[in-house]
Design a protein around this ligand. Structure first.
Ligand code: SF4
Length: 363
C-alpha cells in the first residue's frame, strides 16, 4: 500500500475501480502529483496514456476495458488516469463525446459488477452512490424514491410502476436489474459532471492526445453520416424505432430521448421535415406547430446543428432499446442505422437473386 493510503476509507484498488466516488476524488486531490508534473513529466507518461485509452476505448468500443493489475503503484496510476480522461473529454467539450465517455465508464463498472461474487459489495457501492438498498433473499430491495429518481429515462415496460414488486416503500429487483440501476446512477454522475473547466496548461500539455481523439471522434460521426440508405422502407426499421413510431401514433407521451432518437433516425434515413411530420400526424394529440418546432431543432433548421441519432448503447442507457430481436444480439450491432442498412442490403441481395432466377427460367 503506498504510504498514506491507510487513512482512506476504501482500499486503493476499490478507488481505482470506482474513481468517480467522492472518496476516490478526495484521494486524487490529496495524493496526485502537482498538475504540471502529471501533465508534462515523463514519469507520468503511462498515466496520460491510460487516460487517453479510456476515452478512445469508449469511442471505439462503447466501453472502457477493465485492467487487472497487481502492482499497487500501477493501481494508483490507474486511479490518476481518470482525471486525465476527464480533462481530455472536457478539452474537446463535445456532447456526443461526453455521453459516449460517460457510458463507456458506466459499462466498465457493469463488467466489474458482473464478475463480483459478493452481493454485499454491490450494496456498498449503491450506498456510496447515495442509493438506499439492502439484500433481501435473492433480490435487492431499493428505497422507492431512489428507484424513481434513477429510472426516469428507462421507459420500457419492465421498469414501469405497474410491473414492479413494490412493498412497504421498497422496490424489489433481481440482480441484473439492480446492476442496471447502478449503471444509470453512475452514468448520470459522470455525465452531469462534464465538461469541467480546463486551463491553458491542460490544453497545451495534452494537445497531441486531444487531436488524436478528435480524429477518431470525427471518424465515428462520419461512419454514421456516410451510410447511404436510399429509399425509405419502414418495414425494415429496427424494433426500437418501430416501437417508438407505434407508441407515438397511439398518442403516448414520448420522453425527450425517445422523440429525439425517432426524429434524428427518420431524418438520417432520408425523410424531409414534411415526411417526418406525416409519421407524427397520426398521433391523436398531434400539434403541428409544436412538432415542427421540435423537428426543425433536431434536424438543424433552428440550431444549425443536425444531430446524429443515438447508437444502441445509448438507446439502452436511455431505456428505449425496445424489443431487440436476434439481429440486435449480433456482436457488431451498435446502431439502429446499422440494423436498417443491413436489412436493406439483405433485401436487395435476395431481390437480385430472385431476379436472376427468373431470368434463367425465362431463358
Ligand atoms: S439493439 Fe439497437 S437496433 Fe436493436 S432494438 Fe436496441 S437500439 Fe434498436
Amino acid at each position: 500500500m503506498p504510504p498514506g493510503t491507510e487513512e482512506y476509507k476504501w482500499p486503493l484498488e476499490y478507488m481505482a475501480r470506482y474513481p468517480f466516488l467522492s472518496g476516490a476524488k478526495e484521494y486524487i486531490k490529496r495524493e496526485a502529483p502537482p498538475m504540471d508534473e502529471l501533465l508534462r513529466d515523463n514519469l507520468w507518461g503511462p498515466v496520460r496514456k491510460r487516460g487517453k485509452d479510456r476515452v478512445m476505448e469508449s469511442l471505439e468500443n462503447g466501453r472502457v476495458k477493465i485492467r487487472r493489475i497487481e502492482d499497487e503503484l500501477e493501481i494508483e496510476n490507474e486511479l490518476f488516469s481518470y482525471p486525465i480522461a476527464r480533462m481530455l473529454v472536457s478539452s474537446i467539450g463535445d456532447n456526443f463525446l461526453v455521453r459516449r465517455y460517460s457510458l463507456g465508464e458506466a459499462e466498465r463498472v457493469v463488467d466489474e459488477l458482473s464478475r463480483e461474487a459478493d452481493d454485499e459489495k454491490l450494496i456498498d457501492l449503491a450506498k456510496e452512490l447515495g442509493l438506499r438498498s439492502e439484500k433481501d433473499g435473492e433480490n435487492f430491495k431499493v428505497f422507492f424514491a431512489h428507484y424513481l429518481e434513477n429510472t426516469e429515462h428507462l421507459r420500457s415496460s419492465e421498469w414501469k410502476l405497474t410491473n414492479l414488486d413494490l412493498r412497504k416503500g421498497n422496490v424489489y429487483l433481481e440482480r441484473d436489474r439492480f446492476v442496471r440501476l447502478l449503471k444509470e446512477r453512475i452514468f448520470s454522475l459522470i455525465y452531469l459532471d462534464l465538461p469541467a473547466p480546463v486551463s491553458d496548461l491542460i490544453l497545451e500539455s495534452l494537445e497531441k492526445q486531444i487531436e488524436d481523439i478528435k480524429e477518431v471522434l470525427e471518424e465515428k460521426r462520419k461512419e454514421i453520416k456516410d451510410i447511404d440508405l436510399g429509399k425509405v422502407e419502414d418495414e425494415l426499421f429496427p424494433p426500437c424505432i418501430k416501437y417508438l413510431l407505434v407508441s407515438q401514433q397511439e398518442g403516448q407521451n414520448l420522453s425527450h430521448e425517445s422523440r429525439f432518437a425517432l426524429t434524428a433516425f427518420l431524418r438520417k434515413v432520408g425523410l424531409s421535415e414534411d415526411g417526418i411530420i406525416s409519421y407524427f400526424q397520426e398521433s391523436p394529440d398531434f400539434d403541428e406547430q409544436l412538432a415542427s418546432y421540435q423537428i426543425e431543432h433536431i434536424i438543424g433548421e433552428i440550431s444549425g446543428t443536425e444531430y446524429t441519432p443515438p447508437g444502441c448503447s445509448l438507446m439502452r442507457t436511455n431505456g428505449i432499446c425496445f424489443q431487440p430481436d436476434s439481429l440486435c444480439e449480433q456482436e457488431w450491432m451498435s446502431h439502429p442505422l446499422t440494423y436498417y442498412s443491413f436489412k436493406k442490403r439483405k433485401k436487395a441481395e435476395s431481390e437480385a437473386e430472385e431476379k436472376e432466377k427468373e431470368e434463367k427460367e425465362e431463358d
